[in-house]
Design a protein. Structure first.
Length: 170
C-alpha cells in the first residue's frame, strides 16, 4: 500500500468518525449550517493533502488536528467576508454612473482576494514595509526610518513581497 493510499484511508476514517462533530463545531463558530458544511468539506480536502497523514502512524489527537485545519479556514472565511463587505460598501458609495458592470465587479473582487491572499502570506514586518511603499509611496529610506530597520533590510523585505506577488500570478 502506498503512502497516498494510507492517507486516503486515514482521511476516510477521520471523515466517518469526526465529520458530524466537525460540522457542529463549525456551525457553532459560523452560525450557519451551510457555511459549516462547506468548510467541513474544505477541511477534509486539506487534511487529505496534509503531511500529517503521509505516515503510517494514526493521528494522536484527531479532533485537535481538525480544529487546527478548520480554524485556519474559519479565519480565511471571516477575512474574505469582511473584504467582500468592504467592497460592497465601496460600490454602494459610488455614483450610479461609476459603478462597474457585474463582470468587472467580479473580476475586481477576485483581484482583491488575490491581493489579500498575497498580503496574508507575508510576515507582518514584510507586509508593513510593502504597504508603506505601495500605499503611502514611502521610499526605502523612509520605510527604514519608520520601522527602525536598515535600508538593506527594507530591500530584502521588498524582494520577499515582490516574490510573493510573482508566485501568486504563476
Amino acid at each position: 500500500m502506498t503512502s497516498s493510499d494510507s492517507a486516503r484511508q486515514q482521511c476516510g476514517a477521520l471523515y466517518i468518525e469526526h465529520h458530524r462533530w466537525l460540522v457542529g463545531w463549525l456551525r457553532y463558530k459560523l452560525g450557519c449550517l451551510h457555511d459549516a458544511a462547506d468548510l467541513a468539506q474544505d477541511t477534509f480536502v486539506r487534511v487529505l493533502s496534509s503531511r500529517e497523514l503521509q505516515t503510517e502512524e494514526p493521528l494522536q489527537e484527531p479532533r485537535a488536528f481538525l480544529v487546527t485545519v478548520a480554524g485556519r479556514l474559519v479565519s480565511n472565511h471571516f477575512r474574505r467576508r469582511s473584504l467582500e463587505q468592504a467592497w460592497l460598501e465601496t460600490l454602494a458609495a459610488l455614483p450610479q454612473q461609476q459603478v462597474p458592470s457585474p463582470e468587472v465587479q467580479t473580476s475586481l473582487l477576485q483581484s482583491l482576494h488575490e491581493v489579500d491572499a498575497m498580503l496574508d502570506g507575508l510576515a507582518p514586518r514584510v507586509r508593513q514595509a510593502f504597504l508603506l511603499a505601495q500605499l503611502e509611496g514611502c521610499t526605502y529610506a523612509q520605510i527604514a526610518e519608520r520601522l527602525g530597520i536598515s535600508v538593506r533590510t527594507v530591500k530584502r523585505y521588498m524582494a520577499e513581497a515582490y516574490e510573493q506577488c510573482i508566485m501568486l500570478t504563476l
